[in-house]
Design a protein around this ligand. Structure first.
Ligand code: HGY
Ligand code: MN
Ligand code: MN
Ligand code: MN
Length: 414
């Protein structure tokens, strides 16, 4: 397959302008975005993305999980499409680039091919996966997971947000539930461009991350049960303080992750105490542990240690503890052919690059089960993400999209 000439580049200004226009939908309170999945803001972003895809001559598809597909026909209608995309939903205090860069870079590839009047052999399909973040409805990467056959559609649609709203009802309410059965599509390959969301590329002054693997993840929802009682009149020895037990267990999460360093991380980002009243000792605490590692055995070991430590803590305090796994996926190795296409593209374009393991989860981690898949990463400022201050430089976005363009063209053939 002939590689495209190194002069073929995307239009960086157009990509940047599209990112900035999309960022105006669901603004956060500190310069980032709050465009959570299946909200009116998500619907507005979908409308804008769809209007851009139609203007670029794409045929739109929508499956029963709300996954969006914008197809640019190829010269061989029988050839399986090359998919390229990511997600438009954001964290509640998210940035302007997490996910969005991957979707709009996919659109920029279509726009660039249109400019060049280049027809690839395989069709190209730009994709927006529903609910990658898993913040409103757990787990993360929900709809790419259903697409890849990891979750059932019925189970996924029964997931509920903190207010008790059901995923399936919200998808229908915003008018983005498609007729197409999820997972029916077959792919020749899938590529995803994503910001690194970590500090390595910027610190090393490297333009492109060639993602060879994605680390695995385990989300454990922990419920500690004690007894509500008065914060003033209950003697200290009589207290069964679920909030205190939670604090001690969270401290153990951090200690366990450090004990499994350097290839392990752990944190608790979601906590609730009940009844959450200033003068009531909490009788119940619910929180989610996020353990990650490129090594599946390390994740299992961290979980085992935590279960033992938590049981010891609640036994000492006269409380009880329950664990429920609410999310997780094994470490993933991306397709060597697709990874090589990304590395060759970076070389051809003269961008510095290094192999990297993705610390964050991505839709590509599930789609790798359905088709040959790989990821391109670009740096982000201070490695910061899942924070409204998330920032990248226009030239980083352009370099990542250039490499994506060349890897997609090389795979789709011209
Ligand atoms: O949790 C993750 O890694 C992703 O950002 N959803
Ligand atoms: Mn993301
Ligand atoms: Mn994210
Ligand atoms: Mn992600």
């Amino acid at each position: 397959m002939t590689a495209p000439g190194e002069n073929l580049r995307i239009n960086g200004d157009r990509l940047w302008n599209s990112l900035m226009e999309m960022a105006r939908i669901g603004p956060g309170v500190a310069g980032g975005n709050n465009r959570q999945t299946l909200t009116d803001e998500d619907a507005e972003a979908r409308d804008l993305f769809q209007s851009w895809c139609k203007a670029a001559g794409c045929e739109m598809g929508l499956d029963s999980m709300g996954n969006m597909f914008a197809m640019r026909p190829g010269s061989d209608p029988d050839a399986l499409p090359v998919y390229v995309g990511s997600h438009l939903d954001t964290q509640p205090t998210g940035g302007k680039y997490d996910g969005v860069l991957g979707v709009l870079a996919g659109l920029e590839i279509v726009r660039t091919l249109n400019d060049m009047d280049l027809r690839t052999r395989h069709p190209i399909v730009v994709t927006n996966w529903t609910n990658e973040e898993g913040t409103r409805f757990a787990p993360a990467m929900l709809s790419s997971g259903v697409f890849a056959g990891v979750h059932s559609e019925d189970w996924a649609k029964d997931q509920r947000d903190a207010g008790g709203k059901r995923f399936g009802d919200e998808l229908r309410r915003i008018g983005w539930e498609g007729e197409e059965p999820v997972g029916a599509r077959k792919m020749h390959a899938f590529f995803e461009l994503h910001i690194e969301q970590g500090p390595i590329l910027e610190a090393e002054g490297v333009d492109i991350g060639v993602v060879t693997h994605g680390q695995g993840l385990c989300w454990l929802q922990v419920t500690v049960t004690g007894r509500d009682s008065h914060t003033g009149s209950t003697p200290m020895p009589m207290r069964r303080n679920a909030g205190l037990a939670m604090a001690r267990i969270i401290d153990k999460v951090d200690e366990i992750a450090w004990n499994h360093a350097p290839d392990a991380v752990g944190a608790v980002g979601h906590v609730e105490v009940f009844p959450n009243s200033r003068n009531v000792i909490p009788g119940r605490a619910v929180f989610t542990v996020d353990f990650r590692s490129p090594d599946k055995g390390v994740i299992a070991d961290m979980e085992q240690h935590l279960r033992e430590e938590a049981q010891r803590i609640v036994d000492e305090m006269g409380l009880s503890v329950d664990f429920e796994q609410v999310g997780g996926f094994d470490p993933v190795t991306f397709d060597k052919g697709c990874v090589a296409a990304i590395r060759d593209a970076a070389d051809r374009l003269g961008y510095s690059h290094r192999n990297i393991i993705s610390g964050a989860g991505h839709d590509a981690c599930w789609i790798a089960r359905a088709a040959p898949t790989a990821m391109v990463m670009c740096p982000c400022v201070d490695g910061l993400s899942h924070n409204e201050a998330e920032e990248i430089k226009p030239e980083w976005a352009a370099a990542g999209a250039d490499v994506l363009l060349h890897a997609v063209i090389e795979t789709a053939g011209v």
